[in-house]
Design a protein around this ligand. Structure first.
Ligand code: 5RP
Length: 234
């Protein structure tokens, strides 16, 4: 019997939430793995094991889950620092560089994750890759009026951009900030840092999903002898 991805995500989400201490300001990431961490934070608060934490959300999803599980939610106007951020990823390379944005939340995620004293990434083993871009395109958030010129600029860089379409709505995905997302496939990403900067330098691009040099710790949910284990890469 093999363990489901959901089981591995749950284990790793719980493991990350266990690292939060009373009084901390915690960045609340977005996605199905982080959702388990937020739920565990709520459980620890309700049991009295954890006190006085504040959650800084990275999306409407994180706001909703934080409220649902009883975590006091504040904005970046209310805090001067973030102690620890917990967030998922779509790909993780051997240098702890990431592709994020599967949930189109990478712009706010990068703001919050980059401000954290410690940024913990929570993934199941399927997210580990030798090279970024091998299983997942790079999401690029774009101002709606600039989609056509940004598309041309990305093609000129050698990328294949595709406008992300919504699932339960006709037309494009609209981000929490009211923008659109181009999912860009590159045949090979040799220098993620330089590509991250080059993409962000195109007028009309808000942010892209390459997170280079930001992650401190990767917690990986893995199956070992049919049991879930959490491996730390630091
Ligand atoms: C959202 C993200 C997510 O963290 C990423 O897509 C991973 O999601 P999941 O934990 O559901 O696999 O970057 O923008």
């Amino acid at each position: 019997m093999s363990l489901s991805a959901a089981t591995l995500k749950q284990q790793v989400g719980i493991a990350a939430a266990q690292r939060v201490q009373s009084g901390m300001v915690v960045g609340l990431g977005t996605g199905s793995t982080t959702a388990f961490a937020i739920e565990e934070l709520g459980r620890r608060l309700a049991s009295g094991e954890l006190k006085d934490i504040i959650g800084i959300p990275t999306s409407f999803q994180a706001i909703g889950l934080g409220k649902k599980f009883g975590i006091p939610i504040r904005s970046l106007d209310d805090v001067t620092e973030i102690d620890l951020a917990i967030d998922g990823a779509d790909e993780v390379d051997p240098h702890k560089n990431l592709i994020k944005g599967g949930g189109a939340a990478h712009t706010r995620e990068k703001v919050v994750d980059a401000l954290a004293q410690q940024f913990i990434v929570v993934v199941d083993q399927s997210k580990l890759v030798d090279r970024l871009g091998s299983t997942f395109p790079v999401p690029v958030e774009v101002l709606p009026m600039a989609v056509a010129p940004v598309t041309r600029a990305i093609v000129a860089l050698g990328g294949k951009p595709e406008l992300r379409l919504a699932v339960k709505k006709d037309g494009p995905v609209i981000t929490d900030q009211g923008n659109m997302v181009l999912d860009v496939t590159f045949s090979q990403i040799d220098d993620p840092k330089s590509l991250e900067m080059t993409l962000n330098n195109i007028p009309g691009v808000l942010e892209n999903g390459l997170f280079v040099g930001l992650a401190d710790i990767i917690l990986v949910g893995e199956a070992q002898d049919d049991q879930p284990i959490v491996r730390e890469i630091s």
